[in-house]
Write a protein that binds this ligand. Structure first.
Ligand SMILES: N[C@@H](CCC[C@H](N)C(=O)O)C(=O)O
Length: 284
């Protein structure tokens, strides 16, 4: 039997790369299987995961996003993919609006497209409010307000738990400590303090309001950037007084700008988005 071919677009935001499929045109019956197979760096397209763009359930949204990590697990939110979807929808002619309401598993996020000529230069995403106390995402180990000491691989890590829809644990360290992402990232992702596993950020203040961050993503391992992780880092830094409410987060693959706005308590994420290539692949 001839396999069903699916057209996809590979994109990245600050090096965080995903495979995008327009499910208005193509049905993906088993996204978990597709995410695992297609994300493989050696036997697939190669990516940090799979993103499905679709029709929203809510009348208040224009489009929807579903995001699957490279291990097939589904996440509630993805900051970098949201920006890429803004560019995808606008530049592929699926919308002419520069404001898009995107339905995600963690609510409707508004994308503001910054357009120059016909191209989307960058996108600002209203990531809504950060949370510090999500049942089912984090079991605090101390009576600290939002965070605690966790032991992994014989080492103690003090971090701050921040949910941007999805869970993050942000550890402030010195410059050398950023390399801990390689040794301890996986162990912390699976720490018993995180019933739903966790994304782990190792962050270091390099200059005023500029944070260098490396990330271990739940379900994908080390990635070149994480949008929700950048937001979590900036929020944790502001909460602890390490940085102000607007900061730059420098990740392995690029820099993202974050503002935690006092007026509405929302976090705004700004950064670029890039096309890599289009292709066709059989359904698994
Ligand atoms: N890369 C993303 C986050 C993707 C999901 C994450 N790994 C999770 O499981 O929560 C981003 O840019 O936010």
């Amino acid at each position: 039997m001839t396999p069903t071919m699916i057209r996809f677009t590979k994109m990245h935001g600050a090096g965080n790369d995903y495979i995008y499929v327009n499910t208005l045109l193509y049905n993906i019956p088993s996204p978990v299987e597709a995410a695992i197979k297609w994300s493989s760096r050696h036997k697939g397209i190669g990516s940090d995961g799979l993103v499905l763009i679709g029709r929203p359930v809510s009348a208040d949204a224009d489009f929807s996003m579903r995001i699957f990590n490279a291990d097939g697990s589904e996440a509630m939110m993805c900051g970098n993919a949201s920006r890429c979807i803004g560019k995808y929808l606008y530049e592929k002619g699926m919308t002419s609006s520069r404001t898009i309401r995107l339905e995600t598993l963690s609510g409707i996020k508004t994308l503001n497209l910054h357009v120059c000529g016909q191209k989307v230069d960058s996108v600002t995403v209203d990531m809504l409010e950060p949370r510090f106390d999500v049942a089912g995402q984090f079991v605090p180990r101390t009576d600290a307000e939002a965070g605690g000491m966790l032991e992994a691989g014989g080492k103690l890590f003090k971090g701050t738990f921040v949910s941007m829809g999805n869970p993050h644990f942000v550890i402030f360290t010195d410059a050398e400590g950023l390399a801990d992402v390689e040794t301890y990232g996986r162990l912390l992702e699976h720490h018993e303090a995180f019933p739903a596993r966790c994304n782990i950020e190792f962050a270091h203040l390099v200059e005023k309001d500029t944070l260098r961050t490396r990330v271990w993503e739940r379900g994908s391992g080390i990635t070149m950037a994480c949008g929700t992780g950048a937001c979590a880092t900036a929020v944790a830094a502001a909460k602890l007084g390490v940085a102000g409410c607007s900061s730059k987060v420098v990740m392995d693959g690029g820099t993202l700008e974050i503002e935690w706005r006092e007026t509405d308590n929302h976090v705004y994420l700004t950064g670029g988005a890039e096309f890599v290539f289009d292709g066709e692949i059989p359904l698994p």
